[in-house]
Each structure stands twice: as C-alpha cells, then as structure tokens.
Design a protein around this ligand. Structure first.
Ligand code: CP
Ligand code: NVA
Length: 309
C-alpha cells in the first residue's frame, strides 16, 4: 500500500508505521543520490516553510534551511523571541496566522505540549525540530545512517548510554517500528519516560526494548553504540551534578571493547568531548557522527517532499 504522507504532522515519530519510515528512508537515499549527482530536485518550488526556534541549533536549523533551498522553497527562519509569541501571543493564534502565509512549520521549543497545540491550531504540517521530550528528525537521520552501514535493522542491536532524554525517546519509538533491538542504560532516576518505553515495547513485535542501569550489559555485542549530552538544553542548572552521576556512562575505548569490533559509534551532536564521549572514540575508526549529521539534511528533505509534495 502506498502511504499518503501529505499534510501530516511529525511530533514524536509515533505518527509513522515502520513501513512508512522505510519508505521515507528510501526517499532520503534517492534525494541524497540526486544531490551528489547535482540533479535538480526542486519539488517544493514556490513554497515557504517557517522555522521557529526557541532554543539554539546548528544542525537542525542549517540542514533545514539548506534542504528547503535545495527543494526550491524558501526557508523563513524565525527566532521566537522576535515574534509576538515572546510577548504573550498564544501558540494557537500563531499557528492560525502562519497557516495563512506558509506551507509548513518546523518548531524547536521546550514543552512538547506547545508543539501539539500548534499542530492542532495550524492547518498545515507541523514538524517537531526538538522539544524537551522528542527529537523525531534526529531519529530519521540516525536510522538512515544505520541502514546505510548495516543494510538492515532486524538483528541489529543499538546500545544507548546516558540520559533518558528527547533523543532516546524518539529513537526508542523509531527502533521499535523498524524492528531494531534497543538497549538503553542510564543512571538510576534518569531512565526514559516509562510511557514511551511501554509504547515502544508494545510496538516492537520481533525486536527487543530493554532499559537498564548497567552500561556494560547494554553495550555487550552491540552493533551501534549511541550517546547524547548529559545535560540537555534547559537543564543547565543541573549540569554540575549530572557531570558526576553520568561518568560510568561515558563512551570510551574501554566500554567500546564490549561491543562488536565493527560497531558504529553515533552521537546526535553537539558533543561535549571528554564528558559523554572521549576524543579518541569520537575521532576514531568506529565513529560515524559526521555522516549521521549529514543525513539530517537528506532525511528532512525527504520528509518535506513527502508531506508537501
Ligand atoms: N542534533 C541536533 O539537533 O543538533 P542542533 O542542536 O545543532 O540542531
Ligand atoms: N538532548 C539534547 C539534544 C541536542 C540536539 C538537548 O535537548 O539539548
């Protein structure tokens, strides 16, 4: 069955079935090939896409801006503080107004609820560019990177070490949907949301979703070892305490020796080198972090082309 992506919102990654995610990754591969061959693919000619940012960004902002331009559309970057949003206009009213001007909205903010309210009010697709709870665009790039290297998801074990945060929430859903095993090790009290874990377990039919506190157990025989910052945007006041608690979850050569020898190391970036990942590992032969960052561009272009094409 051919899925109809047209007009849909992307808020967590739970919107898509496993087959839809595979279709999206296949589209991303096509677009990646076209870009490399310099073949025009201005599928969104004449459209405008608003990008609202309430938190800093390097990859998300720039890959969306560049990707939108490559698709022939206009990326309208909006710092939320320069909008009336910053002076109390509601997110609903903002969504209703923007729907009269542009064809889609990408938003990076704090509360997931804000994104959901925006999606409800807007008559155009709303894409979560990261909230405190989810980062669906990141997971799509992660999945493409894994597929390119390992050629399959079934029987692949991903180990995530660190904080049970936005990145791992979407990754749990995405892994379960494509049938990849995911083992998450966090310090006690920093586990991913039990709601998300239960959802992922219900989705996973022939794959594993395991949450634990022992990093070595998680990494044992892993095909992919993944980490993210210990202190996410908005949690800066907890930074000092987190730096101590998370030490056993650092990705270094010792922990990596428990994984398969051809394991790939992933990080959504930005990295705090020397904290969650050592320089040696990040710059080492197993690291694919920059290919992963590149794939943000291709997967987001696929997403936009399918939602708006
Ligand atoms: N991975 C990611 O979303 O990076 P930015 O915060 O730079 O957008
Ligand atoms: N968990 C991190 C991801 C940054 C891309 C954060 O929210 O800051």
């Amino acid at each position: 069955m051919i899925s109809d992506f047209h007009g849909r919102d992307v808020l967590t990654l739970d919107e898509f079935t496993g087959d839809e995610i595979l279709a999206l990754l296949s589209k991303a591969k096509d677009l990646k090939g076209m870009l490399k061959k310099k073949e025009p693919h201005n599928y969104l000619d004449g459209k405008t896409i608003a990008l609202i940012f309430q938190k800093p960004s390097t990859r998300t902002r720039i890959s969306f801006e560049a990707g939108i331009a490559q698709l022939g559309a206009y990326p309208l970057y909006l710092n939320a503080n320069d909008m009336q949003l910053g002076r109390g206009e509601t997110i609903d009213d903002t969504g209703r107004v923007l729907s009269r001007y542009v064809e889609a909205i990408v938003i990076r903010t704090f509360a997931q609820e804000e994104i959901e309210l925006l999606a409800e009010a807007a008559s155009i697709p709303v894409i979560n560019g990261l909230s405190d709870d989810y980062h669906p665009c990141q997971s799509l790039a992660d999945l493409l990177t894994i597929l390119e290297i390992k050629n399959r998801f079934s029987g692949i074990k991903l180990a995530y070490l660190g904080d049970g945060n936005n990145v791992v929430h979407s990754l749990l859903l995405g892994s379960a949907k494509v049938g990849m095993d995911i083992f998450v090790a966090t310090p006690e009290g920093y586990e991913p949301s039990s709601l998300v874990v239960e959802k992922a377990k219900n989705i996973a039919k022939n794959s594993k979703v395991e949450i634990m506190n022992d990093p070595e157990e998680a990494v044992k025989d892993a095909d992919v070892v993944y980490t993210d910052v210990w202190t996410s945007m908005g949690q800066e006041s907890e930074g000092d305490i987190r730096k101590k608690i998370f030490v056993p979850y650092q990705i270094n050569s010792k922990i990596l020796s428990y994984a398969k020898s051809d394991t790939v190391v992933m990080h959504c970036l930005p990295a705090h080198r020397g904290e969650e990942i050592t320089n040696e590992v990040m710059d080492g032969p197993n690291s694919v972090v920059f290919d992963q960052a590149e794939n943000r561009l291709h997967t987001q272009k696929a997403l936009l082309a399918l939602l708006l094409g």
